[in-house]
Design a protein around this ligand. Structure first.
Ligand code: ZN
Length: 114
């Protein structure tokens, strides 16, 4: 990875962290508990609860991503950044651009998931 690419990724991580913080704030607002005596009908209330569950899931995903991004930022100047933690091959720059918090190459990441 060239110093220029590293700088580009650092800026990308900074932006992603800010976006994720905004996303978390928006999701937190939307997944506030539903008042039991709210004037919604039963079906609407069930729908609202379903939506709340989806928001809650998105919220925990966003929090995990935020932690990973912050971790990536602490590692960006280290030699180990951008190197797959499993096979120790360099993670392609294209993947890091999309997912700067990645600690595994595509092959190792999909092996773990599959
Ligand atoms: Zn790998």
């Amino acid at each position: 990875m060239t110093p220029r690419q590293r700088k580009e990724l650092r800026e990308h991580i900074d932006v992603s962290i800010r976006q994720t913080i905004d996303e978390i704030a928006a999701l937190e607002a939307r997944s506030a508990p539903i008042e039991p005596d709210c004037s919604l009908g039963r079906l609407t209330r069930l729908e609202a609860m379903g939506e709340q569950q989806v928001n809650g899931h998105a919220l925990s995903e966003a929090r995990i991503r935020l932690n990973r991004l912050k971790y990536a930022l602490t590692r960006i100047d280290h030699e180990s950044y951008g190197v797959c933690e499993v096979c120790e091959e360099a993670i392609p720059f294209g993947r890091l651009r999309i997912m700067p918090e990645a600690t595994r190459c595509v092959a190792c990441a999909s092996r773990k998931e599959g």
